[in-house]
Structure formats: C-alpha cells, structure tokens
Design a protein around this ligand. Structure first.
Ligand code: NAD
Length: 373
C-alpha cells in the first residue's frame, strides 16, 4: 500500500509531468453547459482503487450532471470509511477485492471504474463483466494486446460495455484540432511529433515494478503519444521502429523502460516521431504538420489547462475538468448509446496495446515491426 510520502513524491513527479497541475484550480472551471438543467439518466459508478487517480476522478465526479459516484472498492477498510463519509457512499455499495463479484446483486450500481495498477486491470475488468456491470478501465487497459482482447471478448460475451479512461478524447482543444484536420485546414497530414514524459520519483512505487506496471514509461505516459498520434493524424500506423535508452539500470530494472523513442508510419505516408520517458521534465507536447498548416499543443495531455495554437492563431476552447467531462460523456455512451468523436472503447485500447507490443518487439529486435491494428 502506498504511504503518504510515496503519494507526495509521486505527486511532485506528476506536477512536473503535467506542468499545469499546480494550477489545478484553473482546471476546475465547470464543464460546458453545466448550468443547463438535466433530468435524463444518471450513470451510477463504483470506483475500484482509491489511490491518487481514483481520488481525482471521485472529486471531479462531484460536478458531474450525468454520472454519480455511488460505490467504492478497496483493500483498505479505512479508505472505504473515509470515502463513505466524504462522498456519502452507503455501506451496501462498498466492497473489497475479494468480494466485489457480489456487485452483480447490487441494482444501484451500473458501472465499475477500475483505477488500479495496470497489470491488475485484465482480471478485474473480466470479473466486473462477469458480474454483469459495465466496465470503465484506466489506461493502459492491459499490459499487452492479447490480454486487452480477452477483456474486450469477456465484456462482449457478458453483454456489457467496456470503456477506457481516454479523457483527452473529450477535451475541447483536442477536439478542435481534430475538427480542423477533418475539415482539411491542415491540408494533407505529413508529420506528428509526440513528446510525453516526466521524472519519476519513489523507486519503490508500482510503476517501476514490471509485475504491476507491465513495463515502464511507455505503458504509463508514452501511451499518450501513441494514442495522440492516432487521433491527431487520423490514421492507424502500419509500422513502428523503436530505440531504448537506459541511464539507470538500478531504478529501471529489466522490462521497465526509462526512455524509448519510436517512429510510426501511417498508410498515407505520414510519419510520427515520439519520445516516452521517466527521466525528463517538460515533455507534454504534440505537433502536427500538414501541407496546408500546423497545430501545436503544449501542454497536450496533462490535466489542464490544455493550450494550443495553429497556423491560424491561438486555440481558445473552454477549459474543463477532464474527468468531469469524461464521466458525463461516458454516461451518454453507456446509457444513451451516444458515439464519441474519437472512440473510447476496448477495441480502441487494443489498438494502442498492439502498438506498445510492436514498440517493445522493435526495441528487442532492432528491426522495423509491421502493425495490423
Ligand atoms: P496509485 O498507486 O495512486 O493508486 C492505485 C490504487 O490501487 C491504490 O489505491 C492501491 O491501494 C490500489 N491497489 C490495489 N491492488 C494493488 C496492488 N496489488 N498493488 C498496488 N496497489 C494496489 O496509482 P494511480 O496513479 O491512481 O494509477 C492507477 C491507474 O490509473 C493506473 O492504471 C494509471 O495508469 C491510471 N492513471 C490514469 C491517469 C489519467 O490521466 N487517465 C492518471 C493517473 C493514473
């Protein structure tokens, strides 16, 4: 279990990773249209994993209109008590990791949001599906594409939906760049650059334990460049090359990558050049270049405010709390069958996992790896 010291060390690292986290208050401006009355269906969510990101989601959900935090799943009774009091969660909606399958008999919970270490997502999501509840899972959805596909299949078989916490897919600046690209305002896309990383703190945390993380920076933060390259370019890559650099073999053990650079090739001929790291700061930047214009986002995937500009000038979209907007939008997807501009389902996550598999394979072989997403 994490100590408070671990948490603070990680928070410090995250604040560097996401430069705007220190101005989080600015990111808590209510979501667009928040004052509009809403009397439609409300998604009733239980959060599994009451750690730092689970807490962030819980806080953000207090401002949701279409989603409500109603349950909690944790291995620590004291955390459950704390959440019960803080978020008005009834005892009957609290579970631990041994008994949460019983959520199947709880008519007051529609979905379980899995926010635990990466390697646990696979089994936990499959148990949620078997309990007949929709699953929302944090990124990376699994530690490889095979496990990811098993999760997709299990949810399909159980007749429940599987969504992944791709909060950027709802972020207004991001959606504006995607809208402009689709409208042809950048011409033909030729190049994407994604730089994502931060200096990680506490060497004992699960993110640096392959058994729990499934890898290193690529799993945790590099995935933003992978996923971002796909929604910014608007295509799925067909090949990848990758190179790893490791300066600290004690902190970053076998199978835990410190820094990886990777290149992606897309069917149109567009290419991407990306960097994922646990050993550099100020890396949270996207650049998209086309024959008719360009877009830059910096910060591009932190908690906000996201900032962007294009060849036409500054982007000036509303500043939102990502997780509030995400959960309201996911409510629309799960309860009203709405379709997001960029998919957030399990199949979308499997594509990212195939790229991750390809990157690790390319690092190992030193060769270009073909991808079939
Ligand atoms: P964290 O360490 O702060 O929290 C993890 C939680 O899982 C803790 O409450 C811990 O007690 C619990 N847990 C259950 N079983 C565990 C075990 N066997 N070992 C260790 N912890 C265990 O981590 P976090 O930062 O909240 O990350 C959780 C997930 O959320 C990860 O998959 C991460 O990639 C993802 N995440 C996503 C975002 C985002 O912006 N979408 C941001 C941060 C983290």
């Amino acid at each position: 279990m994490n100590t408070r010291r671990d948490f603070l060390q990680k928070l410090a690292a995250s604040a560097i990773a996401f430069p705007s986290i220190t101005s989080f208050a600015a990111a808590t401006v209510p979501v667009v249209g928040c004052n509009t009355p809403y009397d439609g269906p409300v998604l009733r969510v239980a959060i599994m994993g009451l750690g730092s990101y689970g807490t962030r989601v819980a806080e953000a959900m207090q401002s949701c209109k279409k989603a409500k935090l109603v349950g909690a799943i944790s291995g620590t009774p004291a955390k459950l008590k704390n959440w019960q009091a803080k978020y008005n969660i009834p005892e009957k909606n609290c579970y631990n990791y041994e008994n949460f399958d019983a959520v199947r008999n709880n008519p007051d919970i529609d979905a379980v949001y899995v926010i635990t270490p990466n390697a646990l997502h696979h089994d936990q999501v499959i148990r949620v599906a078997k309990a007949g509840k929709h699953a929302i899972c944090e990124k990376p959805m699994a530690v490889n594409a095979k496990e990811g596909q098993e999760m997709v299949d299990a949810c399909k078989q159980a007749g429940v939906k599987l969504l992944v916490g791709y909060r950027m897919h709802f972020e207004p600046h991001t959606l504006e760049v995607i809208r402009m690209r689709k409208a042809g305002q950048f011409g033909t896309i030729r190049f994407f650059q994604g730089l994502t990383g931060f200096t990680i703190g506490d060497p004992t945390q699960w993110r640096l334990n392959k058994q729990l993380s499934g890898g290193g920076s690529l799993m945790d933060i590099g995935i933003y460049s992978i996923n971002g390259s796909r929604y910014m370019v608007g295509e799925d890559p067909v090949w990848v090359t990758a190179q790893e650099t490791k300066t600290d073999k004690v902190k970053f053990k076998e199978g835990v990558d410190e820094t990886i650079q990777f290149q992606l090739g897309f069917p149109s001929g567009a290419v991407a050049s990306c960097l994922s790291t646990y050993n550099m700061n100020n890396l949270d930047k996207f650049f998209l270049d086309g024959t008719g214009g360009w877009a830059e986002m910096w910060p591009s995937t932190g908690y906000g405010p996201i900032k962007g500009r294009t060849h036409l000038g500054e982007l000036n979209q509303p500043i939102v709390t990502h997780q509030t907007l995400q959960m309201d939008e996911m409510s629309g997807i799960l309860l009203a069958g709405e379709q997001p501009v960029v998919p957030v389902d399990g199949a979308e996550a499997v594509k990212d996992l195939k790229v991750i598999d390809g990157i690790y394979a390319s690092v190992a072989s030193g060769k270009r790896v073909d991808l079939q997403l």
